[in-house]
Design a protein around this ligand. Structure first.
Ligand code: FEO
Ligand code: CA
Ligand code: CA
Length: 656
C-alpha cells in the first residue's frame, strides 16, 4: 500500500502547481557544481573568508542590486495567507506526498489507524506517535539512496489524539487516556525503501521497526548513573528511567546512533510543596509547576510518577527526583532494535532542543544544543575522547565523559565558551555548587553563574558541511528588552520574529574555547511594510532578509552543497505573522545571503524535521499539528501530524 493511500481524514494534500511570481523570484543560473568547488577549491580558509569577509550587513538584507550567483536553483513560491489554506504547496518541479502520519502502523501487525477508533493505548504503542518533530535518515550501506531507517521524534500530543478530546473525571485524567498519551510520545523507527517502480515505501514487517515511548525502560549513563540525585521510590538504584518525553529536535553521531532530546519535560511535573519548590533549584529553575497541577495534561492525577511533590516517609521522597531524570540527550542505535537507550548525563540537563555534532579533522567532536526558553543559553559538549571510525567499541560511550560549556557572545563579534566545571567560572561551593554532578543536573544555574549570554529562545543548530561554521536559530523572544536586556546577539526589543546567528570556532576546531560570531539574518518584515491590518510595522518587527520573508526560524539543516534549509514555527493567526502566511520551509544561500521560499504547510501547522538521503534526491520534512487552533471545516476531522516525502520531478537533487 502506498503510504499516502491509507484510510484517513487527513484533509490536506500535496500540490506542486501553485502559482508563483517569476518576476519576484527570477530563476537563477544553475550553480556551477553541487559542491561549489569554486568556493571551496582554496580550502577551508577561503570558504571562511567568504562567510565572514564582510560586515554583518554584508551577510543578508543588503538589498544589493548585484546579480546573485547562488546555490538556489528552484523558483520560490508565494506565502499562503488564506485562513482556509489546508494543503502543502511546493516549488514548481517538485512533489510533496504524505508518507507517515500519526497512527500509522510501525510494529509488524500493528492496527491500521481508523478515524473513528476508540482509544487503545496498546494499539498506540505499536503505531506512529503524535506531533512529529526532529528526524534523521540512516542509510543502509548497500543502497544508501534507496534503503534506510527513518527515525522520527514525537514531541507531544494534541487533543485530537482522543476521539472526543482530553477528559477529566472528578478532576482526574482517566488512566486509559494518559497511557495512550504516554504511548504517543517518543520515537518511531521505520525501515523504508524504494520499490521496483522507484517509489519510497515503508516496510511494514521490518525487524528494525521500533517505538520508544514514555513507557520504554532506558538506562542512565555518565556521571549521574546511580547517583543519589537520580534515585526515586520506583528506582532506588538511580539507573533506570521509564521513557523519554518532549522529544523535539535531535542529533546523530558519526558512529551511527540517534540522539533524542528532551525539551519541555518540565511541563509534565508538579511540586505542590511551594516552600520546597522555591529552594529546589532543580525544579524552580526549570519552571516546574509550583501549585495546582502540571502545566499540560495532568498525568500526575493518574500516574504518581509525575507528581514530584516530596512525600515524607517514602524512599527518596517518593518521586520528587523523577524530574532529574528528564532533560537529557538519549542515545540509541537504530540498527539494533534490542538496544536499551541511554540518557547521557555528561551533556547536562536543560530544556534541550537538539544535539548537533561537529567533527574536527583530528576526530575531536562538539555537540551543540540550544535551550529553547526565553533568555536561556546555547551549550556545547566536547567529549574527552575522539571519534575513531576504526574502533566502534571506543565510540560507544564517547558521550559519557567530557566538558560542558555555555556560550558567551561579546559585543564586537568575539565569543567565549565558559566551562561548566567545578572550580571554574565561579562554580564553587560558596556559590552553591559542590559537585560536578550538581552542575550537570542544574546546568542552567551553572551557566547563570558562569556568565553565559541569555538568548532569544535558541532552537536548532546546523554545522556547515565544509567550513564547520555553526548556525543557530533564535526563534523569537517577546520579553527581550524587559526580562533580559537587549544585547549585540539579541538586538531587538520585543523580538517577535527571531534571528539566525552563526559562529566560527577558533581554528575551525570544535573543541576551541573562543569563537567569532555574527548575525546571519534578522527575520521579520521588510522595511516600510504594512501589517495585515494596514498599519506600518514597528521597527522591531523589521528584519533584513534578502528574499522571501519569514518569522520564527526553528528547524535548521545544511545539505552537502551548503544550502541552509530553514523551517518556521509561529502562530500564523497573529497579526504580526499574517503577511508571512502559513509556516514554511525556506532555503538560504549562506554566501549570497539570499532566502527563497520552497514549501508552505497547511494552516495551523509547524514545519520541522529536515532530513535527506545521502544523495539529496529524497527529502523528508514534518508537518506538525496541522490545523492547530483551526477547527476542521466539517467539525469532525482529526488532522494528523505527518512526515512528508519531497522529490524532484526529474529525480534530481532537492534545491537545484
Ligand atoms: Fe519543540 Fe523548541 O521546539
Ligand atoms: Ca523546535
Ligand atoms: Ca519552535
Amino acid at each position: 500500500m502506498y503510504p499516502h493511500d491509507h484510510p484517513t481524514s487527513f484533509h490536506w494534500q500535496a500540490l506542486d502547481d501553485l502559482p508563483c511570481n517569476p518576476a519576484r523570484n527570477p530563476p537563477l543560473p544553475a550553480p556551477p557544481d553541487p559542491l561549489r568547488r569554486d568556493l571551496l577549491k582554496g580550502g577551508i580558509g577561503v570558504a571562511l573568508l567568504g562567510f565572514f569577509g564582510g560586515s554583518i550587513s554584508a551577510c543578508a538584507g543588503t538589498g544589493s542590486a548585484e546579480p546573485v550567483q547562488g546555490l538556489l536553483g528552484f523558483t520560490g513560491i508565494e506565502p499562503q495567507t488564506d485562513a482556509a489554506f489546508d494543503r502543502v504547496a511546493i516549488a514548481p518541479g517538485y512533489q510533496a506526498r504524505a508518507f507517515f502520519s500519526w497512527g500509522d502502523p510501525v510494529l509488524p501487525g500493528a492496527p491500521v489507524w481508523q478515524p473513528d477508533a476508540a482509544d487503545d493505548w496498546q494499539a498506540q504503542l505499536q503505531q506512529a506517535g503524535d506531533n512529529h518533530d526532529g528526524m534523521h535518515y540512516f542509510p543502509f550501506p548497500d543502497a544508501p539512496g534507496e534503503h534506510g531507517l527513518l527515525v522520527i521524534n514525537h514531541e507531544f500530543v494534541s487533543a485530537t489524539l482522543h476521539p472526543h478530546g482530553m477528559s477529566r473525571v472528578d478532576g482526574k485524567r482517566p488512566l486509559s487516556e494518559v497511557k495512550k498519551e504516554q504511548a504517543a510520545h517518543g520515537v518511531s523507527v521505520i525501515e523504508i525503501r524504494k520499490d521496483t517502480a522507484g517509489h519510497w515505501q515503508r516496510v511494514p514487517a521490518s525487524r528494525f521497526n521500533r517505538r520508544l515511548s514514555a513507557l520504554t525502560p532506558m538506562a542512565i549513563g555518565g556521571p549521574l548513573a546511580g547517583h543519589d540525585l537520580m534515585k526515586t521510590a520506583s528506582d532506588p538504584e538511580g539507573r533506570t528511567v521509564l521513557g523519554t518525553i518532549a522529544n523535539c529536535a535531535m542529533g546523530f553521531t558519526p558512529w551511527g546512533t540517534y540522539l533524542v532530546c528532551e525539551e519541555n519535560w518540565h511541563q509534565y511535573f508538579v511540586n505542590r510543596d511551594v516552600a520546597d519548590h522555591a529552594r529546589r533549584v532543580s525544579h524552580q529553575r526549570y519552571g516546574i509547576s509550583a501549585a495546582g497541577g502540571s502545566r499540560v495534561y495532568g498525568w500526575e492525577t493518574a500516574d504518581p510518577r509525575f507528581d514530584a511533590t516530596p512525600q515524607a516517609g517514602q524512599p527518596f521522597g517518593g518521586h520528587v527526583q523523577e524530574p532529574h531524570r528528564f532533560g537529557w540527550v538519549v542515545e540509541f542505535d537504530p540498527f539494533d532494535p534490542a538496544c536499551v537507550p541511554v540518557k547521557r548525563t555528561a551533556l547536562g540537563r536543560f530544556c534541550r532542543e537538539g544535539a548537533s555534532v561537529a567533527q574536527g579533522s583530528d576526530g575531536r567532536l562538539a555537540v551543540y544544543s540550544g535551550d529553547d526558553t526565553k533568555g536561556e543559553y546555547i551549550y556545547k559538549f566536547v567529549p574527552a575522547g575522539s571519534y575513531n571510525p576504526n574502533d566502534p567499541a571506543a565510540n560507544r560511550n564517547l558521550l559519557d565523559s567530557g566538558t560542558l560549556y555555555a556560550a558567551q557572545f561579546k559585543a564586537g563579534g568575539e565569543g567565549e565558551w565558559k566551562a561548566l566545571v567545578l572550580g571554574q567560572n565561579g562554580l564553587v561551593p560558596a556559590n552553591g555548587f559542590s559537585s560536578q554532578e550538581e552542575i550537570l543536573l542544574n546546568a542552567r544555574a551553572a551557566a547563570d553563574q558562569a556568565g553565559a549570554t541569555p538568548m532569544d529562545r535558541p532552537e536548532w543548530v546546523a554545522v556547515h558541511p565544509q567550513t564547520r561554521e555553526v548556525y543557530v536559530t533564535c526563534t523569537n523572544n517577546d520579553e527581550r528588552g524587559s526580562t533580559n536586556p537587549v544585547d549585540a546577539a539579541n538586538p531587538r526589543p520585543h523580538n517577535l520574529h527571531g534571528q539566525i546567528l552563526r559562529w566560527r570556532e577558533a581554528g575551525a576546531d570544535p573543541a576551541a574555547t573562543r569563537f567569532q560570531w555574527d548575525i546571519f539574518l534578522l527575520a521579520g518584515e521588510s522595511a516600510g511594510a504594512k501589517d495585515a491590518e494596514g498599519k506600518p510595522v514597528a521597527d522591531h518587527q523589521v528584519g533584513n532578509i534578502r528574499g522571501d520573508i519569514f518569522s520564527s526560524p526553528d528547524s535548521l539543516a545544511f545539505d552537502a552543497a551548503g544550502r541552509l534549509w530553514i523551517a518556521t514555527d509561529y502562530d500564523d493567526k497573529a497579526v504580526q505573522n499574517r503577511n508571512m502566511g502559513c509556516n514554511q520551509l525556506l532555503c538560504a544561500d549562506p554566501v549570497a545571503g539570499e532566502v527563497r521560499r520552497f514549501l508552505v504547510g497547511p494552516r495551523g501547522c509547524e514545519i520541522t524535521g529536515i532530513t535527506w538521503t545521502p544523495d539529496y534526491r529524497a527529502m523528508w520534512i514534518n508537518v506538525q499539528h496541522p490545523g492547530l487552533s483551526f477547527p476542521a471545516s466539517d467539525g469532525k476531522s482529526r488532522p494528523r501530524s505527518t512526515t512528508v516525502l519531497i522529490t524532484k520531478n526529474d529525480g534530481g537533487v532537492i534545491g537545484t
